[in-house]
Write a protein that binds this ligand. Structure first.
Ligand code: NA7
Length: 561
């Protein structure tokens, strides 16, 4: 346990991370409950994932009218998105606007990486250390560290001897990378690689894309927003929010209720074509059963594969790109701007690693079985140690020194993705076991933040010292998460990062909750209404600090501030 002298800064609540989650959590705890709260953030500014992900082509796959907070109509009304999908700079500007509007920066500390958080059962405090040597203690600890923020650089032999430059997309240099005239190798064709390749190819002398698993992608059809659409967004705030908060995935569109078998093959093709022309993630909402019925799914898969073959001129390259081994949308479905078209450029080549695997990185390039590819720059678009990796970077220890790493040795175990036994008063926003990455994140984040805020208000009002789930609740929630995953085709793509399969040695457990955000919201609300069913309270002494705020009316019920 870290030693703490009287120099430790004492707080009611400490929040780790200044992305969408940490920003709103600070606002709720400080301005609604009147707690002394602070955000500690490893990055040099707020933005979370959008602070780090500045790679070429980086853009949010959620549409800008839904990728925002909904807790304040005023906030939404005064913000004008400029494009259908917001880029990192616009998202950072939006979050900066939120921080200014609610005067949040004064309680945020940047360039401050939390290294350890140990629970002190005697004082009922989380004792927190940072890489800068600062010490904090707080009754409540809330992790708002994001689900995909621990970069995964694969352990390919020879990387340390590479004489060129290399970058991971999730830790991109703020000053950018000059690809002009350079021979670039990009490893990875997930959502990130599919966004990056077309933009890198525009300036690179030559781009080689190293593909291990071929992927589906649907055109994003990004475009500047018209004044008419911007007005529609403002006029329909309530409606957009209502849809986002009552759908499976938190987006501002509904999944069709029609099944593939309900329409003729000709109608089906017309509907797919319409969705393809419209672009974006809505494609997967074309039919109700795309994620539950393999035969239904294969109609969407075949439609996309046919488009790939139609776009890519070289037949061998087209075959490698269309040789996809998993159902459509069973792995995170990318959307793109000219990804497949990029392979028609004379300066772009595809290497199929299934046929021609990487053997090692040499000082001057990448050596695959068939020969060496000379490179000046390697871009790792190789994803993240998702959902658990960032939490494991912090030495989190609960009662009796029990480490989170140890508790999750066989894979993450939580109740509702929010809490673990023996880690009292620790809340994990969008933790494993919650809908998180299967949704439009800000909508899932808002629900978690409001639930946590209500919960803390309840504890303080009722003199409850600690909250943590019963082990039995974790067990049954884990079974429910697994059962929901098994009911979908997500369970068929065993090599996805949803299972942790992209990181060597990581336990293979389906991590996000696939039962739907709408259903999850209802469950969380019911559990709270039943006096936090499945959680255990310690009422042995009053909460460590008196309630300072005016009576709390219930954050989840409050539409604005
Ligand atoms: P993803 O979706 O995890 O994609 C990573 C890609 O990198 C994927 O194509 C992987 O192939 C590939 N990869 C990973 N390791 C290797 C090695 N060792 N050799 C070759 N290729 C490799 O990460 P993204 O950053 O694209 O997307 C993450 C999320 O960010 C995304 O879902 C959005 O929510 C935003 P594989 O498929 O594992 O064979």
């Amino acid at each position: 346990m870290p030693t703490h002298d009287s120099g430790a800064t004492r707080l009611d609540a400490l929040i780790i991370g200044a992305g969408f989650a940490g920003i709103y959590q600070l606002h709720c705890l400080r301005d609604r409950l009147g707690l002394q709260a602070r955000v500690l953030e490893a990055g040099g500014d707020l933005g979370g994932t959008w602070y780090w992900n500045r790679y070429p082509g980086a853009r949010c796959d959620s549409e800008s009218h839904a990728y925002r907070y909904f807790f304040s109509r005023e906030l939404s009304d005064e913000w004008q998105s400029t494009e259908r999908y917001p880029g990192p700079a616009e998202i950072r500007a939006y979050l900066g606007h939120v921080a200014t509007k609610f005067d949040l920066r004064r309680d945020m500390q940047f360039d401050t990486r939390v290294t350890a958080a140990h629970y002190d059962a005697v004082e009922n405090l989380w004792r927190v250390d940072t890489a800068r040597g600062e010490k904090f203690s707080a009754t409540f600890l809330i992790t708002a560290v994001g689900c995909i923020s621990a970069a995964n650089v694969p352990d390919i032999p020879g990387l340390k001897d590479f004489r060129g430059q290399w970058f991971h997309t999730g830790e991109w240099p703020h000053e950018g990378v000059d690809f002009r005239g350079k021979r670039v190798g990009q490893i990875g064709t997930g959502s990130t690689g599919i966004q990056a390749a077309p933009v890198i190819a525009e300036t690179a002398g030559h781009l080689t894309v190293f593909q291990r698993t071929a992927n589906y992608s649907v055109p994003a059809r990004n475009a500047p927003l018209t004044a008419e659409f911007q007005r529609w967004v403002k006029d329909n705030f309530e409606q957009i929010r209502a849809v986002a908060q009552t759908t499976v995935n938190g987006h501002a569109f509904r999944i069709s209720e029609r099944r593939v078998a309900d329409v003729s093959p000709a109608e089906r093709e017309a509907l797919y074509q319409e969705a393809w022309d419209y672009g974006g993630l809505q494609f997967r909402g074309t039919f109700l059963d795309l994620l539950t019925d393999r035969a239904a799914n294969s109609t969407a898969a075949e439609f996309i594969k046919a488009r790939i073959r139609a776009v890519v001129k070289d037949p061998a390259t087209a075959e490698d790109l269309a040789d996809i081994d998993h159902p459509y949308s069973a792995k995170r479905p990318p959307i793109d701007s000219n990804y497949f078209e990029t392979f028609n450029r004379p300066n772009v080549a595809l290497v199929n690693l299934r046929r021609d695997p990487i053997e090692r990185i040499t000082p001057t390039g990448i050596k695959t079985r068939s020969g060496e590819h000379p490179l000046d720059i390697i871009v790792f678009a190789t994803g993240f140690d998702a959902m658990t990796g960032t939490l494991f970077k912090i030495d989190i220890r609960g009662r009796a020194g029990r480490s989170l790493r140890d508790y999750w040795r066989g894979g993450p175990r939580t109740y509702l993705g929010l809490q673990m036994p023996d880690f009292p008063n620790l809340f994990t926003i969008t933790g494993p076991g919650s809908p998180s990455v299967l949704t439009n994140m800000p909508v899932a984040i808002e629900q978690h933040v409001e639930w946590i805020t209500d919960c803390i208000a309840h504890l303080r009002k009722n003199g409850i010292r600690t909250i943590e789930p019963a082990e039995a609740s974790v067990h049954s929630w884990g079974e429910h998460v697994e059962e929901c995953a098994r009911a979908t085709l997500l369970y068929d793509a065993k090599h996805s990062w949803y299972f942790g399969a992209n990181v060597q040695g990581k336990p293979q457990v389906f991590m996000p909750y696939s039962g739907g955000l709408h259903r999850y919201r209802k469950l969380c609300a019911e559990i709270a209404a039943k006096g936090y069913e499945g959680f255990a309270f310690d009422r042995t002494q009053p909460a460590s600090l008196p309630v300072r705020a005016a009576e709390f009316a219930g954050a989840a019920a409050a539409p604005g501030v």
